[in-house]
Write a protein that binds this ligand. Sequence first.
Ligand code: NAD
Ligand code: ZN
Ligand code: ZN
Length: 445
Amino acid sequence: MAMSQAALKAEQAIGHGDNATTVQDVTNPDITPNAAGEGTMKALAWMGKNKVEVIEVSKPKIMEPRDVILKITGSTVCGSDLHLLHGSVVELQKGDILGHEFCGIVDEVGSEVTKLRKGQRVVASFQIACGNCYYCDKKLSSQCEKTNANTIENAMYGGRTAGMFGYSHFTGGFAGGQSEYTRVPYGDVNLLALPDSVPDEKGLYLSDVLCTSWHAVVDTGVKKGDVVAIWGAGPIGQMAAEFSLINGASRVIMIDQNWRLDFVKDRYPNVDTLDFSSLGKGESVTSKLKEMCNNRGPDVSIECAAGEYAKGWAHYFEMMLGLETDTSELINEMITSTRNFGSCGITGVYVGFTNHFNIGSLMERGIRLIGNGQAPVHLYWESLLKMVEEGKIDPLKMVTHRVRLEDLDKVYYKFDEKADGMQKVFVETQFSAPACKGSPQLKRF
Ligand SMILES: NC(=O)c1ccc[n+]([C@@H]2O[C@H](COP(=O)([O-])OP(=O)(O)OC[C@H]3O[C@@H](n4cnc5c(N)ncnc54)[C@H](O)[C@@H]3O)[C@@H](O)[C@H]2O)c1
Ligand SMILES: [Zn+2]
Ligand SMILES: [Zn+2]
């Protein structure tokens, strides 16, 4: 936390780069100069470590000619939002409006928006892309060079990611969509029209989960016949399991420790599970996976948990003392579990540096360790929308709750505790249509 605020202060002192073509640090219309429109709205804001609050704030307004103002009809909470809640992602500011997965109705368009009109139903990508830089030309939208001018990220990573909605000043500082209205820069690039046949409750997840899970599978290189092991049985891990099978995997094993494994067993009967909290004496995830996979281990391993979740005391204290930002335990477990010359992909969020990395096993056994990156949504969202339309993918499979924006602070805490069987939620606003067929009933908190 101290580091998070120190990074923010350093950024303010050094100043941003000059690469961005859209205004930065627009996380709250009442804090950002010249960002407030007429009237007010409800929004979920970060108020400090482990504290979020539903606040009343000015509506956003068009600031640039390619902006769209979206009236939000659906959003959700992501495992990535927990990294913000916990303060492990740096450079948050009190009052920042969160939420990077949302859909809605076009309410207003800037003078240079050509492809969208008022009243259209659309989903937003979690990243903000300009549409015509080096990476955007290749549809690698998560790495757009023109929407994030953060200097600390550039120095720390040797390059920047794209700007992201509701994801701290580290990624540009943009207000998110856990709100009633959101400003979308480069609206006709970052919004995808939804056909009538795809309700919000299904289209919403093209923002992130579907594209991220698909990317994790194809980028790590799952091939026909592969045995795939997935760490983390949250929504990302579950969809990655489904997409591994669609891409030809012969077997999928999911590793986690809580009721989510029962959820997986129930909804994905052809996926095997491994509960690391119930291992016997002398057993480890690696020894168990070897046992399950011909004593060699899986062909492909995918990390869908995150670097902030330490398993043992050593990394817990090292992180607490600021000696590292992320644990290497999961990555080491993946490396030692995977068969020689197999592949490991990292999709769970890692922020900075880690200790005790098992580079020896990686080198000697020829393990291909792949950072999957923030997933490039624009590369996949059209083809995945088609699969949703055709009924080949049912995003509602991972959705456990329908909740109200007004209750979202309480929902964050429940989601964090994995309480109430809560996994993926659909957050409705006063503008949402009635629940579609197959959606959970509204639950108030
Ligand atoms: N790269 C991207 O573009 C991208 C996009 C979205 C989400 N993510 C990240 O993917 C990760 C998963 O997202 P989610 O929404 O499913 O999160 P989630 O928090 O709902 O699920 C994470 C799961 O990991 C499990 N876990 C924790 N430690 C573990 C361990 N040592 N071994 C096995 N499992 C463990 C937890 O019990 C939990 O069920 C998060 O880190 C999220 O930030 C990345
Ligand atoms: Zn997300
Ligand atoms: Zn770009």
